[in-house]
Design a protein around this ligand. Structure first.
Ligand code: A2P
Length: 282
């Protein structure tokens, strides 16, 4: 598995297994064990997914050394603000059953964001969190929060795929060497993307499937991807992308597919209201 370097010197496996929307108490446990067996060494969960305990159990039962597995989790909005965030971080550690988390993100850009960020900065200093980052941050939101941060985030996890290339955001993040992580790297199974003629012709040339071409392109763009699949063959296939290389011309052909839009606008007040209302504990 190819690794990328983050701006704090940490190495991160460039493809991770995402467990968004996989239920706890069994399904997440099975999926993570399967992913680890298939060769994944990077699992992306979140307090808000409510499946951190299954992730932790699967990692323990896998028999793979903790130090070989990169765990990402995220703080939910309900636990924002400095004091609440400290409790939220400890709760993630407890549910995962680990004494450090490799990467911990502020999941959504609302509420007492900078108070929560301060708690992440301190937890990084204490060694509870190895790296810290942000998620769903647009250029405007970045400009709003950046000056209140002492430690620069290592990643910004956002929607990213050939149809949603976040060009302006990437330029902005590059100034502080903040690496992009892609959620919905396969467009969440978007048929138009997965049957796009440019992608399909490359799939034929390299004897890969459409998803593998997209994930290889994302990898060559230097972006970490978090593909999701419930199909064992595709789970395996989605990390089998390191035995071929797209040419500059092919990279450009996929770059030309950008629509400049995505499915989620973090700046939409309706999203803020909806997400602020989601409670994950009493
Ligand atoms: P499945 O679970 O049947 O594999 P995203 O990661 O962007 O959210 O996309 C996930 C969707 O893409 C799921 O519907 C998943 O379906 C599908 N998918 C995952 N891997 C591939 C692949 N290699 N080729 C085509 N579709 C894929």
């Amino acid at each position: 598995m190819k690794q990328f370097e983050l701006n704090d010197g940490t190495m991160i496996p460039s493809v991770g297994f995402g467990v968004f929307m996989i239920p706890n108490d069994g399904p997440t446990y099975d999926a993570v064990l399967e992913a680890l067996k298939a060769g994944y060494r990077h699992i992306d969960t979140a307090a808000g997914y409510m499946n951190e305990s299954d992730v932790g159990k699967a990692i323990k039962d896998s028999g793979i050394d903790r130090s070989e597995i990169f765990i990402t989790s995220k703080l939910w909005l309900q636990d924002y603000g400095y004091e609440n965030a400290k409790i939220g971080i400890d709760n993630s550690l407890k549910l995962l059953g680990v004494d450090y988390i490799d990467l911990y993100l502020l999941h959504q850009p609302y509420g007492d964001y900078l108070g929560a960020w301060k708690a992440l900065e301190e937890a990084k200093e204490e060694g509870k969190l190895k790296s810290i980052g942000i998620s769903n941050i647009t250029v405007n939101l970045w400009r709003k929060f950046k000056d209140g941060m002492h430690v620069m985030p290592s990643v910004n996890q956002v929607e990213f795929n050939p149809f949603t290339q976040q060009k302006e955001l990437r330029n902005e993040m590059a100034k502080d060497n903040i690496r992009l992580e892609a959620w919905y790297p396969l467009g969440h199974g978007n048929k138009d993307l997965l049957t796009n003629p440019t992608i399909l012709s490359l799939a034929e040339k390299y004897n890969k499937n459409a998803g593998q071409i997209i994930l290889r392109w994302i990898n060559q763009e230097g972006v970490i991807s978090l593909p999701k699949s419930t199909n064992p063959a595709r789970v395996k296939g989605n990390i089998d992308i390191f035995d071929f290389e797209l040419t500059d011309e092919e990279m450009n052909a996929i770059r030309a597919l950008d629509t400049g839009k995505g499915t989620h606008n973090p700046e939409d007040p309706a999203n803020e209201t909806r997400l602020m209302g989601l409670k994950i504990h009493d």
